[in-house]
Design a protein around this ligand. Structure first.
Ligand SMILES: Nc1ncnc2c1ncn2[C@@H]1O[C@H](COP(=O)(O)OP(=O)(O)OP(=O)(O)O)[C@@H](O)[C@H]1O
Ligand SMILES: [Mg+2]
Length: 232
């Protein structure tokens, strides 16, 4: 389980995350919703130790993520599909991640299969399409068969078959008792995929609820809850 505890992150004068607390329980898909600039990506980076909190903390099984020797086996994350070293072939990139996290190299081919990139293994990352890069990022998250998974707008660039595949994947991960957190702006997809949602505005918690507690329309509930909490 992931626990965000009074997390605050300032960038100079910008208060990106403001005393935010919520949990990502195992066995469920948690949708992470909020307007552009609400602080979702900042929160995800704080969980991974990529951003240092100004105060508060984010804990993975009661420990900071950075304290794990093989972090990819604890939390897998697909944050920015553009971030990987793009001169490397897809398979080489995954092999390097596997090696540095004590993951068996044959897992790389399993994952390439799983994300539908088996035919793209030798292609350089920069030569992959947006959706293929997204699939590769999702593959990197799955590599260590981690107990928790973080996805930042994973549907960006995925084709209809890919969206359907990702929906089934996340349901399966939750069934395997993993903790799954997905940020997205696609309310209809989140309504289908998530068991519960965390909604933030201006870095603050607006709601942490089971999806059915928010009524028949997630979009309506989202608009109501975020009114007056948008940046743009
Ligand atoms: N590295 C940074 N330096 C300065 N300000 C930043 C930095 N990263 C984020 N911010 C600011 O922090 C706030 C939260 O940004 P964040 O990227 O977390 O939002 P988000 O909820 O992920 O938005 P989106 O839905 O557009 O992805 C914004 O005001 C943003 O401009
Ligand atoms: Mg973001």
């Amino acid at each position: 389980m992931i626990r965000i505890d009074a997390l605050t992150k300032r960038y100079g004068a910008t208060l990106a995350v403001d005393r935010l607390s919520f949990t990502v329980p195992t066995g469920q898909v948690t949708g992470f919703l909020g307007a552009n600039g609400a602080g979702k990506s900042t929160t995800l980076r704080a969980i991974l130790g990529l951003d240092r909190p100004t105060s508060g903390r984010a804990l993975v099984h009661d420990r900071p993520y950075s304290s794990y020797r093989h972090p990819l086996r604890v939390v897998g994350a697909a944050l920015d599909a553009q971030a990987a070293n793009d001169g490397l072939p897809a398979r080489t990139h995954l092999l390097a991640l596997a090696r540095s996290n004590g993951i068996a190299p044959n897992r790389v081919d399993e994952v390439l299969d799983e994300v539908g990139l088996e035919g793209m293994a030798q292609r350089r990352i920069r030569a992959l399409s947006l959706g293929m890069k997204q699939r590769l990022a999702i593959g990197a998250a799955l590599l260590g068969d981690p107990e928790a998974l973080l996805f930042d707008e994973p549907l960006n660039g995925l084709d209809p078959e890919g969206i359907r595949w990702f929906r089934a994947l996340t349901a399966r991960l939750a069934e395997q008792n993993k903790a799954v957190l997905i940020s997205s702006h696609l309310m209809s997809e989140m309504a289908r995929t998530a068991d519960r949602v965390v909604i933030i505005g201006h870095g603050r918690l607006l709601a942490e609820e089971a999806i059915h507690a928010l009524g028949p329309s997630l979009e309506e509930a989202y608009i109501r809850l975020t009114e007056g909490a948008t940046h743009v």
